[in-house]
Unconditional design. Structure first.
Lengths: 569, 262
């Protein structure tokens, strides 16, 4: 292999957003490679269950649906924090992107007339969510992977992004650690698309894969791209008790009931019209309130009951959920309710970018959960995240291919080789550190702090505690010691390098939550219990400040067609 | 409350060294419901940072953490320590496959080894490249008549049933590890690739039938299968590769007969 690798466009991350971008780059005629810390097919997109939204109008009750209604539901669901032109792009391009997935082979479930089936989802005015049983993410990820194989797109599997190379405001490539042999390498590229996914593992309780730690997000942040709206963290109402594996909203979409210890369908008290299909922020708070007030089981969960749907429907529509409940909780939903509790699920916030995913750094794009375009605002609707990967993955890929053909700066390779050297020296210094704390100690403290103080219900005292503890953990990070000093498959080193980014992201999340003295969408301040449009109808923006505590700045929300209203369901 | 003290006996190896594979044991207090993956992560984080294994989702959907647990292919994230320690009294070593002494009834020992039939790179990490190369060889992408019709292709009730089980494959390679033909014949496409092949052959939207049959018509393809059915029994996702292989073979035979008559 040459000293540095080279591609027109380099994609970081092999989930749905990354692969959709890769296909778009290739189809635009440019050379592209996908670099990922795991084999692409292992990405967390594959765990998505419930579906993908598009106003196809296939459902008998959805004939009057159209993209404008989808855009409105998205904006209302966002508690008016979404940028409305972005939400309109998402909804308008949805049907074409979903149909294209069908054309490429995705196994969408069907209505009897043979068209793609749609199910009701939370916060949606019509049954709009297309699905493949309860394995929609798996089916779509495999389809896009297959399309990449067909196009002979190059994959760098098990490479960890450690640095985005930027020179004079323009991206030049990336430095990555090849995990199998432990060497840092440079990859030159005229455009870089980062699709690094979420970072839910900064919390103790999360539905996310273990690998979702946000290391790519943190690398882009360090390279100079601000993080927006990071205080908006989605807590999914229904994760499996204990393991927190996702139990899809589709279970409620198919008619599942939420019950407390008194056997009451308690959603009647929180969202009398929408009931179990209110948006996620509302249902999560309702469940947490029931648990707090002593109407949860074992003080930690409520019951999700589907027994009345009957075995045939459960088998047909929710086979994966049944399997998960049996394997991980020893409960067959045909016979007993599923024990569920809220858990961190999704980050509405992320790296700031425009409608094509382009950031403040020329040639550097972000897409998918790591980005904040922003379409989800303060609360994301179920079925909109898979859609976002398709719509904005394609847009970012096409734009990146254009940028890549515009030529490159001289001296890039020399600078990249220098950066690789710096990375190698940083790793050597870590290995030479003789004694200190293991990374797991700090990681657990961070996760406990986030779940306890930056969770569903927040207040100033708790958030101050969190900010202080995170600052202390960032100091202690400088003393972390490696147990494994070798090169090959050094997961100890990977964990240590990733922890640094996790602490950065946790700090920005806690700071944003502390500053924002209102309730909006997923961000609920018990000490400021109402929405305050006058003061807070704004995006938070935080830039990297090294070891110093960063400042939170604000940017206006783009409002075009939908004036903010009270949000009722 | 705990599920008690357990001994994890993990086969260690680094292909960069000359040393032979050797077992290393770790003691761990298992909490209730703890999975083998959680146990390995705790061992890695607290006892031995040099231990190498793959993982991602911890929910049995990503296919990363397939390994041998007490002599059987399993996803480590789906296997509870309590269940594993209750299982089989006979364990096999990964390399020699010799029977070793059965642990006593109160020993609570769990043996963890890498998958078989794939080269071990380090500890529980095997070389997946040949596995994915075989997948590419069956052209696992839809080859329809019309690339982009104006709407979705209509698929009537029941038309999905034949191919659907094969779409649930997560490419974990458990089937490849348990396949007796893959053990003997490195060139054999193997149950995972052939199951993906059948997934497209049986897809009512695919029009590349004849071309697809030619891709697997031979001893490295469907003729190589000796119908042990191990793959069907081991698959954590309920995919039945042997069934697909049998149907593909029958179709090849049928089409050849058809050609002969013309």
């Amino acid at each position: 292999m040459p000293e540095t690798l080279r591609h027109d466009v380099l994609i970081i991350g092999g989930g749905l957003a990354g692969l959709r971008a890769a296909v778009a780059v290739r189809d635009a005629g440019a050379d592209v490679a996908v670099l990922s810390k795991v084999y692409s097919i292992r990405s967390h997109s594959g765990a998505a269950q419930g579906g993908v939204n598009a106003a196809l109008g296939n459902h008998p009750d959805g004939r009057d649906d159209d993209w404008q209604r989808h855009a409105f539901d998205t904006v209302k669901g966002s508690d008016y924090l979404a940028d409305q032109p972005s939400a309109e792009i998402l909804a308008r391009e949805a049907p074409e992107r979903v149909l294209e997935m069908e054309h490429w082979g995705t196994y969408f479930s069907r209505f009897p007339d043979g068209r793609i089936a749609q199910r009701p989802f939370g916060g949606a005015g019509f049954p709009r969510t297309c699905y493949a049983a309860d394995r929609t993410g798996h089916q779509m990820l495999h389809t896009l992977y297959q399309q990449c194989l067909k196009r002979e797109i190059a994959f760098y599997n098990e490479w960890l992004l450690t640095q985005v190379a930027v020179h004079e405001g323009r991206v030049e490539g990336a430095v990555a650690l090849h995990v199998p042999n432990g060497e840092a390498r440079g990859v030159q590229a005229d455009a870089v698309v980062v699709a690094g996914g979420g970072h839910g593992r900064i919390y103790a309780r999360s539905t996310n894969s273990y690998i979702n730690v946000g290391s790519a997000t943190a690398a882009v942040f360090r390279a100079g791209v601000p993080l927006a709206d990071m205080e908006f963290v989605q807590f999914h109402p229904t994760s499996l008790y204990r393991t927190n594996i996702l139990i899809t909203e589709g279970v409620r979409g198919e008619g599942g009931f939420l019950l407390n210890t008194e056997g009451e369908r308690f959603m009647a008290r929180y969202a009398p019209d929408a009931m179990e299909l209110a948006p996620r922020d509302i249902v999560a708070r309702a469940i947490q309130t029931e648990i707090r007030e002593g109407r949860g089981f074992d003080d930690g969960y409520v019951a999700l009951d589907v027994r009345h749907l009957g075995e045939p429907k459960i088998k047909e529509r929710l086979p994966g959920i049944r399997q998960i409940a049996v394997d991980f909780a020893g409960v067959d939903p045909v016979e007993r309710p599923i024990p569920v509790q809220p858990a961190q699920h999704y980050s509405m916030g992320g790296l700031a970018c425009d409608e094509n995913g382009e950031t403040a750094v020329s040639g550097l794009f972000v897409v998918g959960e790591c980005s904040c375009i922003s379409v989800h605002g303060a609360n994301r609707l179920g079925g909109n995240s898979l859609l976002e990967t398709l719509v904005f993955g394609r847009r970012a890929g096409e734009r990146a291919a254009q940028v890549a053909s515009s030529g490159r700066a001289a001296g890039a390779e020399t600078r990249l080789i220098q950066s690789v050297g710096e990375q190698e020296r940083e790793i050597e210094a870590l290995k030479e550190r003789p004694s200190g704390e293991r990374q797991i100690t700090l990681r657990r403290e961070m996760q406990a702090t986030m779940t306890e103080h930056v969770g569903i219900f927040r207040d100033e005292a708790g958030l101050r505690t969190a900010v202080d503890r995170l600052a202390e953990l960032r100091d202690r990070y400088g003393t972390v010691v490696l147990d494994h000093k070798g090169r090959r498959f050094n997961y100890d080193l990977v964990d240590v390098l990733e922890l640094r980014g996790m602490l950065d992201l946790a700090q920005v999340t806690a700071l944003g939550a502390l500053e924002r003295s209102e309730c909006r969408g997923s961000h609920w301040r018990t000490d400021h219990p109402s929405r305050d449009d006058q003061r807070w109808l704004r995006h938070s923006m935080v830039s990297y400040a090294g070891t110093r505590r960063p400042e939170v700045r604000y940017k206006d929300v783009v409002i075009t067609d939908y004036p903010p209203q009270e949000r009722e369901y | 409350m705990t599920d008690g003290q357990h001994t994890f006996r993990v086969l260690r190896f680094d292909s960069a060294d000359d040393e032979t594979p050797a077992y290393q044991t770790y003691a761990l207090e298992a909490s209730p419901g703890m999975t083998v993956l959680e146990a390995l992560l705790r061992i890695q984080a607290e006892q031995d940072g040099t231990l190498a294994f793959r993982y991602a989702c911890r929910g049995a959907v990503c296919g990363s953490c397939a390994m041998m647990i007490n002599g059987r292919e399993e996803l480590a994230c789906r296997t509870q320590v309590r269940d594993a320690s209750r299982q089989g009294r006979t364990v096999y070593t990964g390399s020699a496959r010799e029977e070793v002494e059965a642990p006593g009834s109160d020993a609570q020992m769990i043996t963890v080894e890498p998958l078989r039939n794939l080269r071990v790179i380090k500890d529980l990490v095997v070389d997946m490249e040949p596995f994915f190369d075989k997948l590419v060889a069956v052209e696992p992408w839809l080859q329809p008549e019309q690339a982009h019709p104006p709407r979705e292709r209509r698929v009537g009730p029941g038309a999905w049933a034949e191919a659907e089980p094969y779409t649930n494959c997560i490419l974990c390679a458990c089937c490849h590890s348990v396949c007796p033909v893959a053990e003997q014949e490195p060139g054999y496409l193997g149950p995972a690739a052939l199951a993906q092949h059948y997934r497209f052959l049986a897809d009512v939207r695919d029009q590349a039938g004849e071309h697809r049959l030619a891709l697997v018509d031979g001893d490295d393809g469907v003729n190589g299968c000796d119908f042990a059915w191990n793959c069907v029994h081991i698959c954590p996702r309920g995919v039945p590769p042997t069934k697909g292989i049998a149907k593909t073979r029958a179709r090849i035979t049928r089409e050849r007969r058809g050609d002969g008559r013309q």
